[in-house]
Design a protein around this ligand. Structure first.
Ligand code: GLA
Length: 382
């Protein structure tokens, strides 16, 4: 395990004690996630295969008598009294998101005491590892402890998703929240985003290692591209008279392609083929067939790059260089992961080859862009 990643909770506790002169009464630790395969499928009622990882957000808190809800977060360098009654009064940003989330949580629980909390994190921000969903799940976890009321996992995921829609302005799917809430050691989660059912798929650490390589291109989902992609997918489903793109096979899509314009056709083709790849990948993972699973990762990258158009040159270079290293050099597969337009690629590699592959990819990236990417060797949650 990398130094400093194991437990941010201790740090949050120390910071809480330092700031407020007493020990916190509640601590919550929540992981980030990386998506192995299945991007831009969740809001199309489709499939995804994310994995909760050993990067965490921790919250240490205690109820307070009066003073409202105060959250101090090193992640966003913030210290704010949250306006839980009227969250939109916050100009925008993390305060509005956190206040809005707690506004929704209070409505769900019927109560929410005043409290103080300190947040620490080892999930890189803006890298596509779901730091914002983890922040939300952690704050709701804190509210659950303080009220003694628990939400079932799906309601909790939906509440956090709603906060992201309303208060962060991102019409995200449900993958991140479910992956974080349902995460389990050494397993990815095969999610059916229509009914929110999840099945665990083993990703044994003695067979494969995961490298998450951050391009350093900060992705901003709220800049509108994500929302536009989602809209086009919904329009395509409408034109073809199905509830969601999940309901289409490639054959049906191809036979009705004249009812869609070029952009709708390409976006839909990505979603339909990606859904197939997710299910095929899960089956191959169960058989430890990492070579063929890796081929699907490459196909996923190409589809996200060409049909869905959410890659950037930095991600393409990393994916192409990993492909060039190939299985003989220890790389099974590599693809951009998450919403795209920046963020990370994920590479599935042979255990023992991580350092050599990281160095090679970093070197090639440096040659092309004049700076180094950040490589994280991640594992499932402990
Ligand atoms: C972001 C969203 C998710 C999902 C991915 C793309 O991470 O929050 O809901 O749509 O992008 O797969």
């Amino acid at each position: 395990m990398e130094a400093g990643q194991a437990d941010r909770t201790e740090l949050a506790k120390e910071q809480f004690a330092g700031l407020f002169g007493k020990k916190p009464s509640v601590t919550v630790q929540v992981p980030g996630r990386v998506n192995l395969i299945g991007d831009h499928t969740d809001y199309n009622d489709g499939f995804a295969l994310p994995m909760a990882i050993n990067r965490y957000i921790s919250v240490a808190g205690a109820p307070s008598s009066g003073g409202g809800v105060r959250v101090v977060s090193e992640t966003v360098s913030g210290d704010a009294i949250l306006n839980v009654d009227t969250p939109m009064k916050h100009p925008s940003g993390w305060e509005r998101y956190a206040a809005g989330l707690l506004h929704l949580a209070r409505a769900a629980f019927g109560e929410l005491p005043d409290f103080k909390a300190v947040v620490t994190s080892s999930i890189p921000k803006g890298a596509g590892l779901s730091s914002s969903a983890a922040f939300a799940v952690a704050l709701v976890g804190m509210a659950e402890h303080l009220t003694g009321i628990s939400l079932d996992p799906i309601s909790k995921a939906r509440l956090c998703q709603k906060a992201e829609h309303i208060y962060a302005g991102v019409p995200c799917g449900i993958m991140d929240q479910l992956a974080i809430i349902n995460g389990c050691r050494d397993h990815a989660i095969l999610l059916d985003c229509r009914n929110c059912k999840s099945v665990h798929v083993p990703i044994p650490t003695d067979e494969v290692s995961l490298l998450v390589i951050d391009s350093g291109v900060e992705r901003a989902l709220s800049d509108g591209v994500y929302a536009v992609r989602r809209k086009i997918c919904e329009q395509a489903a409408d034109c073809l008279g199905v509830g969601a793109l999940r309901d289409l096979s490639l054959e049906t899509l191809n036979s009705q392609s004249d009812r869609l314009d070029d952009e709708q056709n390409r976006r839909a083709r990505h979603v339909v083929t990606e859904n197939e790849r997710v299910q095929a990948f899960a089956a191959l993972a169960r058989e430890s067939d990492w070579i063929n699973a890796g081929i699907l990762m490459r196909e996923s990258h190409v589809s996200l790059r060409d049909d869905f158009e959410v890659s950037v040159p930095e991600l393409d270079l990393l994916a192409d260089e990993a492909e060039a290293i190939g299985t003989s050099g220890g790389v099974y597969g590599c693809r951009m992961t998450g919403g795209g337009l920046g963020g990370c690629v994920i590479a599935l590699v042979k255990p023992g080859a991580e350092k050599r592959i990281s160095a090679k990819l970093a070197n090639r990236f440096d040659y092309a862009f004049g700076r180094l990417p950040t490589v994280h060797h991640v594992r499932g949650i402990e």
